[in-house]
Design a protein around this ligand. Sequence first.
Ligand SMILES: Cc1ncc(COP(=O)(O)O)c(C=O)c1O
Length: 316
Amino acid sequence: MPLRRSKVLVKWLIENQHKFQTRSRRLRRPINKTSPHITPDISFRYDDLRVSLAAPYQLRPKPDVGDLGFGKFFTDHMLKVYYQPTLGGWQKPEISPFENLSMHPASKALHYAVQLFEGMKAYRGKDDKIRLFRPELNMHRMNLAAQRSSLPMFDGEELIKCISRLVQIDQEWVPHSEQSTLYIRPTLIGIEPAFGVQASDSALLFVILSPVSSYYKASSDGAVSIYADPSVVRAFPGGVGNRKVGSNYGPTIETTSKASKLGHHQVLWLFGPDHQLTEVGAMNIFMVYVNENGGNAHLHPIITLLIAISVINNFA
Ligand SMILES: Cc1ncc(COP(=O)(O)O)c(C=O)c1O
């Protein structure tokens, strides 16, 4: 992450090294052995996928790459899979024209934040091929969040195949640009139409696609200015900081707005009396600096249970 005032940063880093763990070697993290038990025979299956294509009049105009921003435009199709125990659990996945959802106003997702989501991307390569980046890690993280939310789990391989088909159908929406990508947002929500803080007996998994450019606003030199306020925490031990559930994100907005008013782009989330580093906005933080011996040092936050399991920063 490029940061402004690099000299100040290096001094601060050296003074605060004890708050990080150092990594000397880059290793790929194997999928955690404590991953939730997925029972493939109750998952939905790609082979059952039904596709209904948008009619020509339903197709949306594609925005110019320069106007994209983040998450403002959506493609022509979406994927939906319902979970209804009375009908035997997961139903057949369906790709259909993009549309609004209709749900009961008492749905648990709307009242108790029984919901979770993922963020992944499809990239158009120089060879014009479209590739997903480590999608199996997103599926793993999504199932961990489903388990923590008492929402139904599924076979990640099957969802990857359904997502690949959706991206293939909307392939012209994958930007022809090195600065932009197609953001993929798989989401799982509890839709049981009943009050009561209990597990939702029914759910909807949907996937929508949005062509995007950079998520982070930065200065003209590409630097991101960060703001840290030790009086607010994003996550705490035993909480859900390491799960991608919406209830982690909404309560951060007030502090992020404050940071913005003070002229900063993002919030550095601290934890504990000694202000341990956790993450910056919606991204993990790691740092590389030149140590006093002239070698490269690589630093990671220590308290990994408070931070999202990163797909990009996939270190062992
Ligand atoms: C809170 C938070 N931290 C870190 C990350 C970085 O994760 P990834 O490496 O998958 O982009 C994300 C993004 O999903 C996030 O929401």
